[in-house]
Design a protein around this ligand. Structure first.
Ligand code: CTP
Length: 405
């Protein structure tokens, strides 16, 4: 379907009915509404993502609540950011944001925001290709606002900032410039590239919090061309400046191998974490931290795993390693090691002794650390084929009687 007569060319829009409904709701709430940022860029490029970003000139909370009600979505309002999110039953999102200006008190800090009309809102954005808005309110539906010539940069395939201080105010935009350029197959406009490199040379990215840098690395981990992005980041010395990290070539080969074997963004991100110099204070989950550490320390058990003759040895060596780390290692380690890890993941890890703690109790064993030790001994004997399921009970009885277990 084609909309946007005033935009000079037809814009193909895959969700016109929904956009018209959102615009109508905003109008009924007494404000204008626009599709903004990425979705407009993508629509002009004939690419479609699942999420919708709407900007309204006032009443973001009321509009968001009403949209949530009408589309049967879950509504959340973030008062600090003047943003509402509606999550639809298919888990896609509609973000509704108050149009705003932003002022940066210092480089690399989050900006102070103040409500402002749509035209000003577009000028506070990162790149010309992200600074367009498509009005969706009735009577002006499909009207494209493009004050920074984003359409032209789309045509010439260029990522271009809007003002010279952009990479100083917000150095995360350096990650973004690289990400958009590589995702879309665009170039970075020469003056933009020069300012980007100046910002890196002057160490502005080092003022960013670890949280914001990691957020960018997470976003990169979800991209199809993530490896090229990491290579570009290395070339530009971006993470050397802000994380003291320049991925060595042998590590890039591992990322490449992982990427060729799975699309999973979380595994890619954890592998990156495992190579960072210090993740001690990073805001990451316990599982991410422990997985990254396990990958880092895997060389300590590597040769023992290669030599392992018994299944119980493989089991014991791999049991302490969190599953995401094993998923990664099974894809980047040499074949013999990968085989042992897959054997553990697919078979050994789910084998349990048939004798339960309750049965040990019935056999007269008082609760305590001996419980686990006996259950482990039963399991290892089972794994190594020393006893059958049926004989476990007898072995348990024998072990309980022995003093030294
Ligand atoms: N934005 C910005 N500066 C940033 C982050 C975001 O100006 N540091 C603006 C851009 O206009 C961007 C919009 O906020 O288009 C929404 O941000 P985000 O959802 O991160 O970007 P998208 O362009 O939607 O990118 P993606 O396709 O990756 O979702």
């Amino acid at each position: 379907m084609s909309i946007g007569a005033k935009a000079g060319k037809g814009i193909r829009c895959h969700n016109e009915a929904l956009l018209r409904l959102l615009g109508k709701i905003a109008h009924q709430c007494g404000t204008r509404a626009f599709l903004v940022g990425g979705p407009v860029r993508d629509m002009l490029l004939d690419r479609f993502g699942p999420d919708i970003d709407i900007a309204v000139e006032s009443k973001a909370q009321t509009v968001g609540k009403e949209i949530g009600r009408r589309v049967h979505g879950r509504f959340v309002f973030h008062s600090r950011f003047l943003t509402a999110t509606v999550t639809l039953p298919d888990s896609s999102h509609i973000d509704i944001t108050q149009t705003r200006t932003e002022t940066y008190s210092r480089p690399a800090v989050l900006p102070r925001v103040k409500p402002a009309p749509i035209e000003q809102d577009l000028f506070r954005r990162d790149f010309t290709i992200n600074a367009m808005a498509l009005e969706i309110t009735p009577f002006r539906f499909g009207y494209l606002l493009d004050p920074c010539s984003g359409q032209q940069d789309l045509k010439y395939k260029l990522v271009r900032i809007l003002h010279p201080k952009s990479f100083i105010d917000d150095p995360t935009r350096i990650f973004r410039a690289i990400r958009f350029a590589i995702r879309l197959g665009f170039g970075i406009e020469p003056q933009t590239l020069k300012l980007m490199r100046q910002s890196i040379k002057s160490s502005y990215p080092s003022l960013l919090t670890a949280e914001r840098i990691l957020y960018e690395l997470r976003l990169i981990s979800s991209e199809t061309r993530r490896l090229q992005m990491i290579e570009a980041i290395k070339r530009e010395k971006l993470t050397r400046t802000c994380l003291d990290w320049s991925p060595p070539s042998h590590f890039l080969s591992k990322l490449k191998l992982l990427s060729s074997r799975t699309r999973n963004p979380e595994l890619f991100f954890i592998l990156i974490l495992s190579n960072l110099p210090d993740t001690g204070n990073f805001p990451i989950t316990k599982q991410e931290r422990e997985s990254a550490r396990a990958i880092n320390r895997f060389h300590l058990i590597h040769s023992r795993l290669m030599r392992a003759k018994r299944l119980s040895t493989i089991y014991r060596l791999l049991r302490p390693i969190p599953e995401p780390a094993l998923q990664i290692l099974s894809r980047i380690e040499p074949r013999a090691v990968a085989r042992a890890i897959n054997l553990y993941l697919n078979r050994l890890s789910s084998i349990r002794p048939t004798v339960t703690g309750r049965e040990l109790r019935k056999l007269g064993l008082m609760p305590g650390p001996k419980y686990q030790r006996i259950l482990d001994r039963l399991l290892y004997a089972r794994l190594d084929g020393l006893i059958s399921k049926e004989k476990e009970y007898n072995m348990a009885r024998r072990l309980i009687r022995q003093k030294k277990v």
